[in-house]
Design a protein around this ligand. Sequence first.
Ligand code: NDP
Length: 340
Amino acid sequence: MTLVLVSGINGFVAVEVLVSLLKRGYDVVGTIRSESKTAFLRNKFKAAVDSGKLKFAIVPDITATGAFDEVLKQYQFDFVLHTSSPFYLDAKDVEKELLDPAIKGTKSILESIEKLAPSVKHVVITSSFAAVGNHRIGAAPGHVYTEDEWCPAEWDESIANPYIGYLASKTWAERAAWDFVKDRKTRFTLTTLLPSMVFGPPEQEVESMAKLNQSSSDIYNLFNGSAGPVYGIWAWTDSRDLAEAHVLAIEKPEAKGQRYLIINGKHSPQYFANYIWKHYPERAAEKNVTKPTEKLYPDGGVYDVDNSRSIRDLGITYRGLDTMMRDTLKRFEELEAEGK
Ligand code: NDP
């Protein structure tokens, strides 16, 4: 039996990670903020729950000192996947809502692993392209981002602007993790995964379409005609490929000590509108979806992201944009049919 702790198990990304782990035969304990939030997952993954392969642990506040102590004492984990971190762009208090949970949550789980869980061999943290991209150079045509770069966000701009606050939360949390491993010469090794905008069929609990996770809502709002394309980030990641990357990062020895950009490729939000018009013309007309146009990128083009390290070491085969759109819009329709 190989036991994996996944923090924030109810999140959009984490549920997909859970699917991948169970498929590969791992046993999983997922942390979640409250017992009531487990009901959906207990039902969706009933077979795994009934057979004891999936368990839950309540961690109400990841910023609290020792938040993960209990669960790490209770089980003998082999691996830890830390996914929980806030991702939304309208925070009112950036420090309290974004920076604290991201940074303190990361430090707290690492501290508890090192102190209490000698069985843990390897930790994977879901970081983000946010921790690499440079918001000051915008679309940066011709630039190719690599894992050697770090987002240059500074304190004042981060506190003043929730979007930059999110970039900072991921950057400083990831930096804190690498510093922790280096300074403490930890028993465990670390991999960080850096996806860009994560899209794919949302399999987490969706209370209503208005409460979809941030990245899914960027596509749904277009599908629903309630918003136009959201510009700014030009790279994307499929949630299923990201989930696979989490599993590969615990299985491949090459992943130890590495930072990986997990990037399917470039995308343009206008492309999503075009796709909706092509495949759902009646709905597009009825919902007044942003009109199709061939111009997908700003004049001069946009940056690229080098994902070759992830292909070389993890052997990921990335899905294409149309596959993601097909599966995602189908899931949106199912959720609408369920009255969400
Ligand atoms: P979700 O919002 O769907 O999930 C976030 C998870 O983190 C949930 O389990 C949530 O718990 C938990 N969480 C958030 N804030 C807190 C907090 N203050 N205290 C305790 N738990 C908290 O987001 P995603 O699944 O999209 O994101 C998962 C990870 O992937 C994050 O680390 C994010 O930064 C990263 N990422 C996501 C991208 C994307 O486009 N989706 C892009 C790049 C990186 P609860 O549901 O109870 O709030």
